[in-house]
Design a protein around this ligand. Structure first.
Ligand code: AHG
Ligand code: MN
Ligand code: MN
Ligand code: MN
Length: 330
């Protein structure tokens, strides 16, 4: 079969669905080209001098890794000049990055977690990039408030996993499609159209070391999974925790499961651990488009009206019937 490259896929979607404007197509091409550069930087490892700490911190209160900063810079540089964006926001920047004066501005807003799973960089475990695209509200004079739109307003979202292979998973609101980077050609090739998450699962993903900090509903759900065949669920469960959200969610999109970073007493004062705009929203959009569900336990993540750019939320997402069960315990 003839390979379908990302460019052809996007052009065909633009023609058939009218879902993609030429500017959105340019945006997706530019973001994914930046991801190829990040993939190359990540792949050099110790030989590229890219491992270890940058010696700086971000607004999240985290020590930045060199690759957090490198990936952020690659995404900024790639996206500044194209004329498709009004502004960019990132986990690694305190405030949105305006488009430099010398370039034209466009109608889209881009948000990203340039490198997800930073704790895994130095140990050579999969990391990734997560991105989300919004429209700039009409008539607004660019400000941080432009970004504060619920996840339902996203026009596109995607992520790349830098693992044994580099994969891109993308939605523009009509299903979820997977592309694999052909490293020799330097192009993303469509490898799975319309990915679907099975509604039931026997696999959960949570950092069990936080058990004593969880709320009762989550503790009950996990206790029942761990009880296995003899417990109320009547089946044995398996557990996986990569500690890179992209990799954990990618596994769930590939073979089902439920991913949780729930509210716990350690992160309660901040609202949760994971970031709404760079992690929870894009992943929830993708998960829902693949037939799964995503909630905080109390409300659908995509319905949250953000009150600040770096807002954090509890996250429970994946196979629909499991997510509904955890929600019902809340
Ligand atoms: P980031 O590397 O972008 O800061 O995100 C890390 C997040 C997420 O990827 C992962 O699921 C979670 O943090 C892991 O947290 P623990 O170290 O508490 O397991
Ligand atoms: Mn981080
Ligand atoms: Mn992250
Ligand atoms: Mn990150």
């Amino acid at each position: 079969m003839k390979p379908i490259f990302l460019t052809q896929f996007l052009i065909e979607e633009q023609r058939a669905m009218g879902k993609i404007t030429p500017d959105l197509r340019l945006l997706l091409e530019v973001v994914t080209r930046a991801c190829k550069r990040i993939s190359i930087a990540v792949g050099k490892g110790a030989l590229g001098g890219v491992l270890g700490d940058a010696g700086t911190g971000n607004i999240q209160g985290e020590a930045q890794k060199k690759l957090d900063v490198i990936s952020n810079d690659i995404l900024l540089e790639a996206n500044e000049w194209g004329g498709h964006l009004a502004a960019l926001a990132s986990e690694e920047m305190d405030h949105p990055h305006p488009i430099p004066e010398q370039y034209p501005k466009g109608g889209y807003l881009l948000l990203f977690d340039p490198l997800d799973g930073s704790s895994n960089i130095d140990v050579n475990v999969s990391v990734g990039t997560i991105f989300s695209v919004l429209r700039k509200p009409e008539g607004s004079a660019s400000s941080e408030d432009d970004f504060l739109q619920p996840g339902t307003q996203q026009v596109a979202a995607g992520y790349c996993v830098y693992g044994p292979s580099t994969t891109l998973v993308l939605t523009i609101g009509n299903g979820v499609h997977q592309f694999t980077l052909d490293r020799e050609l330097g192009s993303f090739v469509l490898t799975q159209r319309d990915m679907k998450i099975p509604p039931d699962t026997k696999e959960f993903s949570i950092n069990m070391s936080n058990e004593r900090f969880w709320e009762a509903p989550v503790k009950r759900y996990i206790d029942e999974c761990v009880a296995g065949k003899d417990g109320p669920r009547g089946k044995d469960f398996n557990m996986r925790w990569v500690a890179s959200m992209v990799a954990d969610v990618h596994r769930i999109i590939t073979r089902g499961g439920v991913f949780m970073y729930p509210l716990d007493s350690k992160t309660k004062s901040q609202g949760g651990k994971l970031r709404l705009m760079y992690e929870a929203n894009p992943m929830s959009f993708i998960i829902e488009q693949a037939g799964g569900a995503a909630t905080t336990g109390r409300e659908r993540i995509l319905d949250i009206k953000p009150n600040k750019l770096h807002q954090r939320v509890p996250v429970i997402m994946g196979s629909k019937n499991e997510v509904d069960l955890v929600s019902s315990y809340h």
